[in-house]
Write a protein that binds this ligand. Structure first.
Ligand code: T3D
Length: 261
């Protein structure tokens, strides 16, 4: 598939996917969802691609649903169908894909764009970036997983305040509140995200997938269920090449060379 709304560059085991509709702050269209899903399928089918960076072109990360395109495509059915066919599958895929996903948030992440940003495993943001639960401004509720992710990340009081007031949350506050991993200077963002992704791409990839599985399940599991899941996944991890290599490398006082399996 030739891409028109995203860019995808693969190097050093890292797929860098750039939302590329800068004149509309990378607002999401059906075509963009299709292209994103295609790029993620290529990651999944190529064992050499062991990390993803998701970022935006221009001054925004993603302004959520393209409201102009949504109006033009109005079919009278409302957003439900769109969410189920396009937004929700993307959010789930980012959270469950078997490689680490780094969000390099280069500007505003608004509406479902905020949900997409927070679906990444590790979220780095440029100092001038911000997070905006824009929905109330247009008479919608937060969607694409925001009502699930936000209270778990920052607590219900802050999640509700951001949703109802639709205040722009600066990246530094988001980091202070534990909503994202780290803030870096704007001009260092892409380089830092690239370095992080290349390091992760050299890591124990299959184990990262198990970590994602465990953390996702922990959101709903009881402690007993989670302990049982950890035991099962750890048993599987202990059968892997990378576990043997990690222990051998430790004992031989050398850096481990992980193959990702
Ligand atoms: O129906 C369904 O599919 C349900 C799904 C819903 C999911 C959602 O995401 S709902 C929420 C949708 N998003 C928003 O409501 C945010 C809309 N955008 C904004 O509020 C502002 O653009 C920002 C606060 C994000 C940034 O403001 P600012 O002043 O930095 O930029 P701007 O001037 O507003 O935007 C720059 C251009 O991008 C502008 O185009 P123009 O006038 O230069 O030709 C603007 O229209 C365009 N743009 C920004 N956001 C969107 C957009 N175009 C289409 N859709 C957008 N969401």
């Amino acid at each position: 598939m030739a891409y028109e709304t995203i860019l995808c560059n693969v190097a050093d085991g890292v797929a860098t996917i750039t939302l590329n509709r800068p004149d509309r702050l990378n607002a999401l269209t059906h075509q963009m969802f299709d292209e994103l899903q295609d790029a993620l399928s290529k990651v999944e089918s190529d064992p050499a691609q062991r990390a993803v960076v998701l970022t935006g072109a221009g001054r925004g990360f993603c302004a959520g649903a393209d409201l102009k395109a949504a109006l033009e495509a109005e079919d009278g059915e409302g957003p439900e169908n769109d969410l189920e066919t396009h937004y929700n599958p993307l959010v789930k895929r980012l959270q469950t894909i078997d490689v680490p996903v780094i969000g390099a948030i280069n500007g505003v992440a608004a509406g479902a764009g905020c949900s997409v940003a927070l679906s990444c495993d590790i979220v780095l943001a440029g100092r001038s970036a911000s997070f905006l639960q824009a929905f109330a401004r247009i008479g919608l509720i937060p969607d694409a997983g925001s009502t699930w992710m936000m209270p778990r990340l920052i607590g219900r009081a802050r999640a509700k305040g951001l949703a109802m007031l639709a205040d722009n949350l600066p990246a530094e506050t988001a980091a202070d509140w534990g909503m994202i991993w780290k803030v870096v200077d704007d001009d260092a963002l892409q380089a830092e995200a690239g370095t992080l992704a290349r390091n992760l791409a050299q890591g124990p990839t299959a184990v990262f997938a198990k970590m994602k599985h465990a953390f996702n399940a922990s959101m709903d599991n009881s402690l007993d269920d989670q302990l049982a899941l950890e035991a099962k996944l750890q048993n599987e991890a202990a059968q892997s090449h990378d576990y043997k290599e990690g222990v051998d490398a430790f004992l031989e006082k050398r850096p481990a060379v992980f193959k990702g399996n």
